[in-house]
Design a protein around this ligand. Structure first.
Ligand SMILES: Nc1nc2c(ncn2[C@@H]2O[C@H](COP(=O)(O)OP(=O)(O)OP(=O)(O)O)[C@@H](O)[C@H]2O)c(=O)[nH]1
Ligand SMILES: [Mg+2]
Length: 180
């Protein structure tokens, strides 16, 4: 029999991590994959991927950089994704309309892809609440076919021990992906 060099890996789960530049995608991924301290992240050129293992399967988290020239390519990665994580800087009011526009552009491409919106930077004093972000991002317009979660997060070292900890994000992803 011919040797097959390609085998589908059914134990692999893909999470696509998008959001405007500076929203905190790399920081969130860093804390999901290792709980060690990290003081700085550089803007992502192209993409950044991390792998975590949970409950017998591998989760591959793929971040695409959020600068305008890279956003053009975002939708090409949707078809491989099992979950879309969209990270928002909750304190960056001027860019919320752009974040809303980009998010809804992605959602229009795939009406069923489960969505996890992270209301990040909740540690900032001027951060919008989850309820305010729900409104600003027009999340009430989502259709009922899609599993949807909106979580407050803070991807800082000190926040790791608090209720807004991104640890909850990992548990949620494991739960969502284990249903597949
Ligand atoms: N205060 C605060 N700062 C954060 C938080 N998350 C990220 N940051 C900071 O925000 C800046 C941008 O974070 P990144 O994780 O690089 O953002 P990104 O979304 O990956 O950005 P690009 O790769 O350029 O698209 C960094 O200085 C982070 O330290 C947070 O929850 N709270
Ligand atoms: Mg990044």
């Amino acid at each position: 029999a011919p040797l097959l060099s390609w085998q589908p890996d059914f134990s692999m789960r893909q999470v696509l991590v998008l959001g405007l530049k500076g929203a905190g995608k790399s920081s969130v991924l860093h804390y999901i994959s290792s709980e060690a301290a990290k003081d700085r992240t550089a803007p992502t050129q192209g993409f950044n991927s991390v792998q975590v293992y949970a409950d017998g399967f591998q989760i591959d988290l793929l971040e695409l950089g959020g600068s305008q020239n890279l956003r053009f390519y975002w939708n090409q990665y949707l078809s491989q994704a099992h979950v879309l994580v969209f990270v928002v800087d909750s304190a960056d009011r001027p860019h919320l309309p752009t974040a809303r526009q980009e998010l809804h552009w992605l959602l229009a491409e795939d009406p069923r892809l489960p969505l996890v919106v992270l209301a990040n930077k909740q540690d900032k004093s001027d951060a919008l609440s989850v309820a305010e972000l729900h409104r600003e991002l027009a999340l009430h317009t989502l259709n009922g076919q899609r599993e949807f979660f909106l979580l407050p997060t803070s991807a800082t070292h000190t926040a790791l021990a608090t209720a807004t900890s991104i640890r909850h994000v990992k548990s949620l992803l494991v739960e969502l992906l284990s249903q597949l």
